[in-house]
Write a protein that binds this ligand. Structure first.
Ligand SMILES: Cc1cc2nc3c(=O)[nH]c(=O)nc-3n(C[C@H](O)[C@H](O)[C@H](O)COP(=O)(O)OP(=O)(O)OC[C@H]3O[C@@H](n4cnc5c(N)ncnc54)[C@H](O)[C@@H]3O)c2cc1C
Length: 516
């Protein structure tokens, strides 16, 4: 059976999904040969509904995605005003002051062979956990790049993702998908759906009257959720009782000059009723305040945001006008229904903490591309599996994001107090926390091959937030591992010193690229 995949929506979700599927299935050589199964990818985008235009922090997974789609890193960095992201830095989450911790992309030294976290817990604290086991926070403090210009594209000294201009990213993907991967683009607003007898979508009908037929329909229509929500009425499950944030104010502010540092991490600074994100691109910063409207109002949130910007000498001064984005945190009850699967915001969205949205788009599109159903029976089985996996992933995301809030000592606002209330903490997270009191999260934490957050990530957040794991190892185990721990400690110190000497600043690396 030939497969015609119709994607509705031309935001980041739509174009990433189109690129990932087309790069694998739409080979130029096979087109025109009737004996070879053909896959066509069609993307329909409304001229009337703007895409979100935010979503500027990625995971390291984006390097593989770009490589698979066939985009050179140099082109990407130049086209998307992009820079390197090596970590998230959390400021004020524990006590509401200037204290901070890092969640870097490199796992702790010795990860998988020895639990450095368990040993750190038993050690007098001369260094915080992240510095004890990793060079990356120190490198981020100096705004250094994760690689040298001599290294090949996508290779690294320290694992990294990107900060990017979302509008430019969508444009680059659009051009690449259409010109290089054979994705067919139709501009048109989907008005309604023509169902088949079995309840599948047979065709979508555009405002122009044009009908677009397909076998598999991917709903990437953002908050509109035209297929999964409007047509199929798949229920939306709010998670606002766990993650309270429901409003964002977004700004784009120029650097004060062409030589101010470009940060190598996303900075997330806690506020009274939410937090401010700060993402450094080559030419500007993306800064925004995400907060809960149950605990504050837009005026106060805007004031906190403007103060943040105006107190930073590395930002250009000028009139500030924030864009307001309202959302209900949560996700669909199911994601694949009949022959329609939702990817991106149409499937769900819960605040931008830890940048979980783009990675879930990449992972979902990759899964579908790898297992593209070749007949209708296969689709039923695959849909069931996809729903199970995606539900698990959402639970994982929600637990992990909530973890950032529950360990706070902050008592300065109702918002932070409410986050510590047991009734707002999922049972699964409460159980994990109880376990982590006696043993550090380790590689046996989950048995999911497709987990999003490794136990390394959990360790960084837990110990960054001052969590205490009792030292329960036997004396024999501790003694046996002492020399291994020493070795990894020495390695971390040595690597940190070496990298501080060889890595260029983010700014130097990126301006060097533009000169060639
Ligand atoms: C404040 C904020 C900050 C964020 N930060 C991050 C981050 O740092 N990292 C991260 O990973 N994610 C982040 N996200 C999430 C990220 O922005 C989204 O996951 C990403 O932009 C994907 O959006 P989308 O493509 O699903 O939807 P959209 O960008 O909204 O695209 C929807 C598309 O559907 C089309 N459409 C709508 N209705 C119709 C119709 N009837 N017919 C045809 N086409 C239609 C529109 O024209 C548009 O092209 C953030 C989100 C918010 C709100």
């Amino acid at each position: 059976m030939n497969t015609r995949v119709v994607i509705v929506g031309g935001g980041t979700a739509g174009w990433l999904t189109a690129g990932i599927i087309a790069a694998k299935h739409c080979s130029v050589e096979s087109s025109g040969n009737p004996s070879i199964q053909q896959t066509e990818v069609v993307l329909v985008e409304s001229p009337d509904v703007k895409n979100l235009g935010v979503g500027e922090g990625t995971w390291p997974t984006m390097r593989d995605t770009l490589r698979q789609i066939g985009i050179s890193e140099r082109t990407f960095l130049a086209c998307c005003d992009a820079s390197f992201k090596q970590a998230s830095k959390f400021v004020g989450w524990l006590d509401g002051g200037h204290e901070h911790y890092y969640h870097p992309f490199m796992p702790p030294a010795g990860y998988g062979s020895v639990s450095m976290a368990q040993h750190w817990s038993a050690t007098p604290k001369d260094l915080d956990f992240e510095r004890w086991v990793s060079a990356q926070g120190t490198i981020c403090e100096q705004n250094l790049a994760p690689k040298t210009p001599q290294m090949p594209e996508y290779a690294f000294a320290l694992n990294y993702g990107y900060h990017l201009n979302a509008g430019k990213f969508v444009k680059m993907l659009h051009t690449h998908c259409v010109e290089k991967l054979g994705v067919q683009y139709i501009q048109g607003h989907v008005e309604h759906v023509l169902p088949a007898e079995n309840g599948d979508i047979s065709e979508i009908v555009l405002a122009s009257g044009q009908h677009v037929a397909g076998n598999l329909f991917i709903d990437c229509s953002g908050f509109t959720a035209i297929l999964i929500g409007k047509h199929y009425q798949v229920p939306f499950q709010s998670k606002q009782h766990i993650l309270f944030n429901d409003t964002a104010l977004a700004l784009q502010v120029d650097h004060a000059s062409e030589d101010v540092p470009i940060a190598s991490c996303t900075v997330a600074t806690a506020q009274k009723s939410g937090w401010i994100w700060d993402i450094s691109l080559q030419s500007r910063r993306g800064i925004g305040h995400v907060f809960s409207s149950d605990f504050t109002d837009v005026e106060q949130a805007e004031e906190a945001l403007f103060n943040y910007v105006q107190n930073d000498p590395n930002l250009a001064s000028g009139q500030l006008t924030a864009r307001k984005i309202k959302f209900t945190p949560g996700h669909r009850a199911t994601f694949w229904h009949q022959n329609c699967v939702a990817i991106g915001v149409s499937a769900g969205f819960v605040e931008p903490l830890e940048a979980t949205a783009l990675v879930l788009i990449e992972k979902s599109a990759e899964w579908i591309s790898e297992q593209l159903p070749r007949d209708r029976n296969a689709m039923t089985v695959l849909a069931k599996r996809f729903n199970q996996l995606t539900s698990q992933r959402w639970q994982e995301i929600i637990d992990f994001l909530k973890l950032h809030y529950v360990l706070t000592n902050r008592k300065d606002s109702e918002y932070w107090l409410a986050h510590q209330q047991a009734e707002s903490i999922p049972q699964s997270l409460q159980e994990a926390l109880a376990l982590w009191h006696s043993q550090a999260p380790g590689v046996y934490e989950t048995n999911q091959r497709f987990e999003l957050f490794s136990s390394a990530s959990k360790q960084y957040v837990l110990y960054g937030m001052g969590f205490h794991t009792a030292q329960e190892q036997s004396e024999q185990v501790r003694q046996k591992e002492t020399s291994i721990v020493k070795r990894f400690r020495n390695e971390t110190t040595h690597t940190t010193e070496k990298l501080l000497n060889v890595l260029p600043s983010n700014r130097q690396f990126l301006s060097g690229l533009n000169k060639v």
